[in-house]
Design a protein around this ligand. Structure first.
Ligand SMILES: [Zn+2]
Ligand SMILES: [Zn+2]
Length: 257
C-alpha cells in the first residue's frame, strides 16, 4: 500500500504529532501518495466551535500553509495533498466548501460523525442506538453527500452504531452501497476501527458492499504518528477484501474541490 488520504494532526486536539512527523513515518514505510484530512474547521451558526473535535477556524490557514511548505520540502519523495475530513450538513455545506477552498484545501473525504451539527444537540455516530429513523437519516446523508460530487470517498461508512434489528440495518445500508456503485464513490475500510478494535469495520456492512460491487479503498485514519503507516491492520483489511469479495480499487481517484 503506497497511498493514504486519511491523516489527522495535533491540530484537532484528539490526535498527536506534527504534520512533518506523520509525513516522515509514512515516507519511511513506502507511502508515495499522502493526503492530510484533518477534521474540517466549522463554526455553528450561533458561533460555537467544538475545538476538541476539529481544527480551530483560526488555525485553518496555518494548517494549509504548513502542508504547502512540507509538500515543497519533500517533493522528491512523496505526492502530498491538502484536504479535510468533513461532515455533510446540507444547510451549512455551501459555506463549509467555500471556506475549505479559501483556506487552500484541495480535496474532501466524507466523515459523517454527526447527522446534524454536534452543537447544541448532535449525537455522535459512535453512540449505540436502536433508532431506525436516525439510521435512515445517516444513510440518506451519505447518499446526499455522494450526489454533491465533491467528496473523494466515504470514510468509515459503517461508523453508525446501530444496535437494533439487523435486517433493517442491512436494507438501509444496501441503499448506501448501491449509491456508492452508481456514483462511483469509494467506501473506505477504516484502519482506525481495526487497530482500535472498534465496532467497525462491521462485517455485515462489508458483506453487502461486496454483493453490490461498491468500490472500496483503504484509509489509515492516522491519529498518531505510528499509524501514519499501519501495516498490521493492512493484513486484516486484505482478509476482509477476500472474505467478502470486495471490489478493492486501490488508490482512490482524488476529486479536487
Ligand atoms: Zn479524529
Ligand atoms: Zn472519521
Amino acid at each position: 500500500m503506497d497511498y493514504n488520504f486519511h491523516t489527522h494532526t495535533w491540530r484537532c486536539s484528539h490526535a498527536t504529532g506534527t504534520e512533518e512527523e506523520y509525513l516522515v513515518r509514512a515516507i519511511e514505510n513506502g507511502i508515495r501518495y499522502i493526503g492530510f484530512s484533518d477534521h474540517i474547521p466549522f463554526r455553528c451558526p450561533d458561533g460555537y466551535e467544538s475545538v476538541s473535535v476539529r481544527v480551530p477556524v483560526d488555525q485553518a490557514e496555518d494548517y494549509c500553509q504548513d502542508l504547502r511548505l512540507l509538500r515543497e520540502k519533500y517533493k522528491d519523495q512523496v505526492e502530498l495533498y491538502i484536504g479535510f475530513e468533513s461532515e455533510y450538513f446540507p444547510e451549512q455545506f455551501e459555506t463549509m466548501l467555500d471556506d475549505a477552498r479559501r483556506w487552500g484545501a484541495e480535496y474532501l473525504i466524507l466523515g459523517q460523525h454527526y447527522t446534524k451539527p454536534e452543537h447544541p444537540n448532535g449525537k455522535h455516530a459512535n453512540v449505540p442506538t436502536t433508532d431506525v429513523d436516525e439510521l435512515k437519516i445517516y444513510a440518506q446523508s451519505l447518499i446526499a453527500a455522494m450526489e454533491t460530487g465533491v467528496f473523494t470517498y466515504v470514510a468509515h461508512p459503517d461508523v453508525f452504531r446501530f444496535t437494533g434489528d439487523e435486517t433493517v440495518y442491512q436494507d438501509v445500508m444496501r441503499e448506501v452501497c448501491v449509491a456508492s456503485r452508481l456514483h462511483n464513490m469509494p467506501l473506505e475500510l477504516n484502519f482506525y476501527g481495526i487497530r482500535d478494535r472498534r465496532h467497525y469495520p462491521r462485517e455485515s456492512f462489508w458483506k453487502i458492499a461486496g454483493e453490490e460491487r461498491a468500490p472500496v479503498t483503504f484509509g489509515f485514519d492516522s491519529h498518531d504518528v505510528r499509524s501514519a503507516y499501519d501495516g498490521e491492520s493492512l493484513q486484516t483489511a486484505q482478509q476482509l477484501v477476500e472474505m467478502y469479495h470486495l471490489n478493492y480499487i486501490g488508490k482512490p481517484q482524488l476529486v479536487f474541490i
